[in-house]
Design a protein around this ligand. Structure first.
Ligand code: URA
Ligand code: SF4
Length: 243
């Protein structure tokens, strides 16, 4: 696709999503012109769909009260065809200021953890459950998660990663609909259903692990997080490395 084709596809997708929204449809697969149901979407098609989701819906979203206090939304960043998606909680002060996820102190640790896996931020996709910063970095409220999580589910459906790493409790709770603690859930893969039901569509293995902000407070737990990430590397067929 050239630039003007991309722009017209983007406009068409925004219109399509807008019509769906008016009809009350929350999530539908979008087939781009030329894309078939069997062949996997190209990286560029996914990038166009992510951009359409961001520009058409997330950037100016006012679905919850966090729109009143944010500086800007933080959509997520990285590769639209990433093999692994990292999901955090919500933007903090640095992310709210820069519009990029995981750039503060916890973000720098996450960046190091991704590097230790033999990957980099450009190769993976990083986002959060909430796209706006909660004041004083408080834990996301249930109504905020309910309002915002359809965007996360749409991002995952567009990217179709081979594995998801859920960082911390809000991400795990949102994606697995569980109240179990991270300590009990981490160390093994759990089934994530992008469609919301096990009988429709694909299953994506999801690894719960500790949030890097928690690891900064409890460095003794870093070994467990590294062991979780090594399981992810093994699943992806990445060569073993020492952290
Ligand atoms: N913590 C998160 O959960 N997400 C960010 O983007 C930054 C810090
Ligand atoms: Fe919209 Fe999510 Fe921001 Fe709430 S947190 S205003 S739902 S983008």
């Amino acid at each position: 696709m050239n630039a003007s084709e991309s722009a017209s596809v983007r406009r068409a997708i925004i219109q399509h999503l807008e019509t769906d929204r008016q009809l009350g449809v929350r999530s539908v697969p979008i087939l781009l012109p030329g894309a078939s149901r069997v062949s996997r979407a190209s990286t560029e098609d996914r990038a166009v769909r992510l951009a359409a989701l961001n520009e058409g819906f997330v950037r100016d979203c006012r679905k919850c009260a966090l729109c009143e206090t944010r500086t800007q939304t933080v959509f997520g960043s990285g590769n639209a065809a990433a093999r692994v998606v990292f999901v955090g909680e919500a933007p903090g002060a640095d992310e709210d200021r820069q519009g990029v996820p995981f750039v503060g102190r916890a973000g720098q640790l996450l960046t190091k953890m991704i590097g230790a896996m033999g990957l980099d931020r450009k190769g993976v996709f990083i986002c959060n459950v909430l796209k706006c910063r909660p004041p004083d970095n408080r834990t996301p409220a249930a109504d905020e998660v309910a309002a915002c999580s359809p965007y996360l589910l749409e991002q995952i459906s567009i990217i179709e990663p081979e594995v998801i790493v859920a960082l911390g409790s809000p991400a795990v709770k949102t994606l697995l609909s569980t109240t179990e603690s991270i300590s009990r859930l981490r160390g093994k893969f759990h089934d994530f259903y992008p469609s919301g039901t096990p009988t429709v569509g694909p299953v994506i293995p999801l690894m719960p692990t500790f949030h890097p902000a928690y690891l900064l407070r409890s460095p003794d737990e870093k070994g467990k997080a590294w062991s979780d990430l090594q399981m992810v590397m093994k699943l992806l067929g990445l060569p073993p490395r020492t952290s």
